[in-house]
Design a binder for this molecule. Structure first.
Ligand code: ZN
Length: 447
């Protein structure tokens, strides 16, 4: 038995414990409580730390980590167009895999133990397995054409990829499907994926351009598809109504973003048991707006926090996301009490676990749950009143690296050091980033 002692233990599902201890045995938590009452075992003293459940990133694109800084200040349509161009021109399967490895290393250093990742190249499952982190890789599928032959072909290619991935599923790493978004997926393809019985994640109700595309058949996405020869017409009264009509909500998907949702949409999400990945920093940075998180929580929807891709955010740190979530809700609602710090911390842990249906295994420090743990050093905050550790983590700490991280009891970070680091990875991703920069400079040069 290993006894992790810390100045504060925050179980999330129960109040913080000063001078607390979490005891792990065989990958599971067997004790959470005061140090004085802990059962005997081998001691690992984390010192002046807050020990919390491993953080859960409810939305990532780990393969895009090397795109950080490459797509700044573009319109949403230009952003997607440049991303697609660079992917085709520069990236290879090996480069995507390194990019995902780099992203996971960054996430683990920030205390993130679980990842819900939407992935085009399909490399993230391997990257998660190598690092031994928990996660779901949702294989992305794109096909905006409603032509039956195009739908059949997209479905066949998806089935091939899933057959390959399924063979590598484990207890920790699972596979799902992500029909990308309404502007890249046709109605019949959405309906087909909805009936597949798979875990589903979908980008939805994110931007004004998407809203206009779905509701009016107009705007930037409609123009782009018409230019490619597709016919475009209004599809539903809202993006959520579109998913309801096509049976996607019946599959209880993870709904990524949900910035532009009405009370009717929220009732439909809640009624279906679908869950939400809220990405406050990405939504703010791309100028999409602030999701009505309080209303979604009041409706009983499970909400987790996501960093989104490093091409959008550009940082992966869930304590920072929790701070942004609180500030955005307080600005949006002019309420001082919108999302108290403990609630924001819950979104980054147990909320994420509920959104991914992992709440029986992780998300809180409880006896019987798997030992996904993260500890953040509080000594930089010396001199502040030691009264509210949740407020310290959410409001005061900033994007600090974790001092200690474990997944199912296996230590990943000890004394801020990532264990089993691939020492050549840094050079490889640096080379890829240089190739991407060179491509953008060529692409932007006037001809
Ligand atoms: Zn995304």
């Amino acid at each position: 038995m290993i006894r992790y002692h810390a100045r504060w233990v925050l179980p999330i599902s129960s109040p913080p414990i000063r001078d607390g201890t979490v005891v792990e045995l065989g990958g599971r938590i067997v004790y959470v409580g005061p140090r004085a009452d802990a059962p005997d075992g081998e001691d690992r003293d984390l010192g002046d730390c807050a020990l919390i459940p491993g953080l859960i990133n409810a939305h990532t694109h780990l393969e895009l980590t090397v795109f950080r800084g490459l797509l700044e200040d573009l319109s949403f349509r230009e952003w997607i167009a440049r991303l697609q161009g660079a992917k085709v021109a520069v990236m290879t399967p090996e480069r995507f895999l390194d990019s995902a490895r780099w992203g996971i290393a960054e996430g683990v250093r920030a205390g993130i133990t679980s990842y819900a990742d939407t992935c085009d190249s399909g490399v993230v499952l391997q990257a998660m397995r190598e690092r031994g982190v928990r996660g779901i890789m949702y294989q992305e599928v794109f096909s905006p054409s409603a032509d039956p032959a195009a739908v059949r072909e997209a479905a066949a290619r998806l089935a091939e990829k899933l057959a390959l991935h399924d063979a590598f599923e484990t207890e920790l790493q699972q596979v799902g499907v992500s029909p990308h978004a309404p502007y890249t997926v046709s109605d019949p393809l959405f309906a087909l994926v909805a009936r597949s019985g798979r875990r589903i994640a979908v980008h939805i109700a994110e931007s004004e351009a998407e809203h206009r595309f779905v509701c009016e058949g107009e705007g930037a996405f409609a123009d782009a598809l018409r230019a490619r020869g597709f016919s475009v017409a209004p599809r539903a009264s809202s993006p959520i109504a579109l998913l309801a009509r096509l049976g996607v909500l019946d599959a209880r998907p993870l709904l990524i973003h949900c910035v532009r949702v009405t009370d009717t949409d929220i009732a439909a999400i809640a009624g279906s048991g679908s869950t939400v990945a809220h990405c406050p920093i990405s939504n703010a940075k791309l100028g999409h707006g602030v999701a009505p998180v309080l209303e979604m929580l009041d409706a009983g929807i499970a909400v987790g926090l996501g960093s989104d891709s490093m091409a959008a955010n550009n940082r992966m740190h869930l304590l920072e996301e929790s701070r942004a979530a609180v500030l955005a809700q307080r600005v949006r609602n002019s309420r001082f009490d919108a999302l108290a710090a403990p609630r924001a911390l819950e979104l980054a842990t147990l909320g994420g676990a509920r959104a991914l249906e992992l709440q029986d295994r992780v998300g809180s420090l409880e006896v019987g749950k798997e030992a996904d743990l993260a500890a953040f050093d509080l000594s930089a905050l010396a001199g502040t009143a030691d009264a509210d550790p949740a407020a310290a983590l959410v409001f005061a700490l900033g994007a600090e690296p974790a001092k200690f991280v474990a997944v199912a009891g296996t230590v990943k970070v000890w004394n801020w050091e990532l264990l089993n680091e691939d020492l050549e990875l840094h050079q490889r991703v640096t080379d890829t980033a240089s190739a991407l920069r060179a491509w953008v400079e060529r692409d932007l040069r006037p001809s």
